[in-house]
Design a protein. Structure first.
Length: 158
């Protein structure tokens, strides 16, 4: 494994630890409540789903693992309200597995090549995966603030 692939792998391991901690914070039904266009469960799902999406080689080749994806935030929100903690735990494990299977197949040279996401502005797989990490961290920050605002322990930073 080269330096680029090892670095991305280490960063994604930290991402998944924080997402698992975010799932562990779900208590009762507060995570299903939508207030001010914000819902813990929706944001958590969105962060996980985005990783799943970008692990494919193009938007056209992506087939969602869950039954939530619907091209409509309203439909997705209502579907997520029917889900429980086990759904999030299972979905996260599936996406984590796909992520590390995908990363294990890539050499450092592969990270510097483009894939089908170049049409969306990615100049390389490395750029795409850097975006995935930044995107997820933004949402983990939102989730952590939400649990702290609800007087629960924040998400542990890795």
């Amino acid at each position: 494994m080269g330096k680029i692939s090892e670095t991305i792998k280490l960063e994604m391991e930290a991402v998944f630890k924080m997402l698992k901690d975010a799932v562990s914070r779900i208590e009762g039904d507060y995570w299903k409540e939508k207030k001010n266009k914000w819902m813990y469960g929706y944001t958590l799902f969105h962060a996980i789903e985005a990783i799943e999406f970008y692990m494919s080689d193009s938007a056209d080749k992506w087939v969602p693992l869950s039954d939530v994806s619907a091209n409509s935030e309203e439909i997705e929100t209502n579907t997520i309200r029917t889900k429980d903690r086990q759904f999030f735990e299972n979905y996260l494990v599936e996406v984590e597995s796909i992520t590390f299977e995908t990363l294990a197949k890539l050499s450092d040279e592969d990270f510097l090549e483009v894939d089908g996401f170049s049409e969306r502005g990615s100049i390389s797989r490395l750029h795409k995966f850097s975006y995935v990490i930044r995107h997820t961290m933004v949402h983990i920050g939102e989730l952590s603030k939400t649990v702290r605002d609800n007087e629960m322990k924040g998400i542990r930073w890795e």
